[in-house]
Design a protein around this ligand. Structure first.
Ligand code: NAP
Length: 310
């Protein structure tokens, strides 16, 4: 950590938005660095077993795609700092990034800390986390070979998880609270072609059952009001994400869910601070839109630096 150094730009987060920003920043000749609490960059992409919608690189695993991003950044000489960002304060037209390893100073900052998984919030979820309750099918799926598991959710993540687990497990229940999935059509088609996946519609998980390990789920059918139980060995929760913006509360404007309000230029309510990727309030959160945000944010940061002449 170079505590006395003043960076032109610090990029917080090393997912696709942060990595996209990093390569644009270095190519623009900015004195920039990427700060992330993990030395392994990637963010949520690391939890994706196959990325099939990133232009030019079909069929790579999330891990492989992240490695490619990292290699690209390394080739261009991007500086990476491993530290946990805890807050930012403005001090005399500079921004002090407070981390667990000390302060870093920059003239502009791109917030790109992404999002993390939501919890179901039902009895048994916390108690059985790591003992059958998981939020990452690609990380933990292999533990459930030939078992029966449940995936909860109806978005891209849940359907992708169910498809992935169907290749490992004997039986997969996809439990969704409505009678329609919100996942992309291509994923839905793939899911419906799998014989060992059963979709349980209009159903909510009321509790995850078990003492030492997951033994089942208690379900509530919200149309018939009936309660039932399914015996499963694992529960994969994929019910959306929450933005990782706690460290920036009160510093920039956010919506009621904690997403940072910023337009296409990625400019936030505070001059010199930009938001890129999944932490930004926007309609479509994809790898490609995160990478694009990274590029736009650097362009805006450069314009800001030029007008400030600092
Ligand atoms: P999402 O799109 O927000 O979907 C969350 C799902 O969980 C919804 O089906 C929602 O139900 C359900 N849900 C939410 N809270 C629930 C609760 N308390 N109990 C039961 N069900 C609940 O989240 P995501 O699937 O994690 O995706 C997040 C973003 O990443 C999206 O923009 C997605 O497109 C993107 N993504 C893309 C890919 C890809 O393109 N390959 C892969 C993964 C993620 P309702 O439908 O009833 O609201």
């Amino acid at each position: 950590m170079m505590e006395n150094k003043i960076y032109d730009l610090l990029i917080l987060g090393s997912g696709p938005a942060g990595m996209g920003a990093a390569i644009y920043a270095v190519r623009a000749g900015l004195e920039a660095a990427v700060v992330d609490r993990s030395p392994v960059s990637g963010g949520q992409v690391l939890n994706t077993y196959e990325v099939d919608n990133y232009l030019g690189l079909p069929g790579l695993s999330g891990g492989d795609l992240s490695d490619r991003f990292r290699e690209h950044a390394n080739q261009l000489g991007v500086e990476f700092i491993t530290a946990d960002v805890q807050g930012i304060v403005e001090e005399q037209a500079r921004y002090a990034i407070q981390t667990d390893k000390g302060n870093l100073t920059a003239k502009t900052v791109i917030l790109a800390t992404g999002a993390s998984h939501s919890m179901l919030g039902v009895p048994g979820e916390k108690e059985l986390a790591g003992m059958g309750v998981s939020y990452c099918a690609t990380c933990d799926g292999a533990f459930y070979r030939k078992s029966t598991v449940a995936v909860v959710g109806g978005g891209d993540a849940a359907v992708e998880d169910a498809i992935f687990l169907a290749g490992i497990c004997q039986k997969v229940y996809l439990i969704h609270r409505r009678d329609q999935l919100r996942a992309a059509d291509s994923l839905q088609k793939k899911l419906l072609s799998l014989e060992n996946v059963e979709i349980i519609w209009d159903s909510e998980v009321k509790a995850i059952l078990g003492s030492e390990e997951v033994e089942g789920v208690e379900l509530y059918h919200n149309k018939s009001s009936e309660h039932s139980r399914r015996n499963v060995n694992g529960v994969f929760v994929a019910v959306g994400v929450v933005p990782a913006t706690n460290a920036f509360q009160g510093f920039v404007e956010m919506d009621e869910k904690g997403y940072i309000i910023a337009d296409e230029t990625c400019a936030t309510s505070r001059e010199g601070i930009f938001a890129a990727g999944d932490i930004r309030k926007k309609p479509m959160r994809q790898i490609v839109t995160a990478v694009a945000d990274g590029a736009n944010a650097v362009h805006s940061a450069q314009e800001y630096l030029n007008t400030k002449k600092n």
